[in-house]
Design a protein around this ligand. Structure first.
Ligand code: SF4
Length: 278
């Protein structure tokens, strides 16, 4: 949801109360912190420490586009948090055009903290892997993204899939439940739906009513229905998404697909813009 024009961040102060309750209800093997952009959250280190305290054994992944790495305190904190991966994804449609410059920027930011060693890439989807004690940084490329909604901004509508099974098979997050504002949701697009629609003044639009019935599961709710639904196509919810990958999957930074924020890496943007007209 990083292309949605939102401001603010989720406070770690709120997270203490949430995680204190949820640690008694669920035992995840892995927790991924995603966004927006987690490295922009000034509380990111505190969030990792809260998760580590709540679930000492779980693997933590921070999924970042690397845009705030130099200012964020996360890299020096990784080894102390332990059992953690910082996943830095270059959002570009071509490994040749964007990745080398992205990698250069990332490695400079990581080197400032020192003592990171290049690790074996066998069996990895990442293109670069650095390790230090119990922490790991992976750098990779995400060439495509899937739009869970048809259109953008005020013209956003459900795709109205005829086959929830197919939609679920091609969507970006079929098996990843989300904790969002102290409720559990089937997936990220569903968790974000109400806030995204409100942002575009669509939360009263009849096209979305059916999908807004999914209200998430709070700590006091019976979670058996939620657990039964996670990782499976839902005959109501998953019709929100597309069953045609040619319609809903886009290449990053191809003409008209996404607005580029040239303030993040001015040199990188300038060079790649010559090759990929924006
Ligand atoms: S609603 Fe279903 S198909 Fe759409 S993103 Fe969520 S799990 Fe995937």
């Amino acid at each position: 949801m990083s292309d949605q024009p939102r401001r603010g961040h989720v406070l770690a102060e709120d997270g203490i109360n949430w995680l204190d309750v949820w640690k008694l209800k669920i035992q995840p093997e892995q927790i991924t912190i995603t966004g927006g952009e987690p490295a922009l959250n000034p509380d990111i280190v505190l969030w990792c420490q809260l998760i580590r305290n709540a679930w000492p054994q779980c693997h933590i992944v921070i999924q970042s586009n690397g845009s705030n790495l130099k200012r964020s305190q996360i890299i020096p904190a990784l080894a102390q948090i332990g059992n953690i991966t910082l996943l830095l994804m270059c959002h570009h449609h071509s490994i040749n055009l964007g990745f080398a410059m992205f990698q250069d920027e990332m490695v400079k930011a990581i080197d400032a903290d020192g003592e990171w060693e290049h690790a074996d890439l066998t069996g990895e989807t990442a293109l670069v892997k650095l390790t230090k004690q119990t922490a790991c940084i992976k750098i990779g490329i995400q060439e495509t993204y899937t739009r869970p909604y048809n259109g953008v901004g005020p013209s956003m509508r459900p795709w109205k899939s005829q086959s929830p099974e197919t939609s679920h098979a091609i969507c970006a997050t079929p098996e990843h439940p989300v904790l969002y504002q102290n409720k559990l949701y089937k997936c990220l697009p569903v968790a974000n739906l109400r806030d995204t629609l409100a942002l575009h003044k669509l939360d009263k639009n009849a096209a979305w009513w059916d999908y807004l019935q999914y209200a998430g599961y709070g700590p006091e709710d019976d979670l058996s229905e939620f657990f039964a639904d996670v990782g499976k196509p839902n005959q109501k919810t998953c019709t929100m998404c597309s069953d045609n990958i040619a319609l809903c999957q886009f290449k990053h930074y191809e003409l008209g697909n996404v607005g580029q924020k040239i303030t993040i890496y001015p040199s990188w943007s300038q060079k790649t813009t010559n090759d990929a007209t924006l």
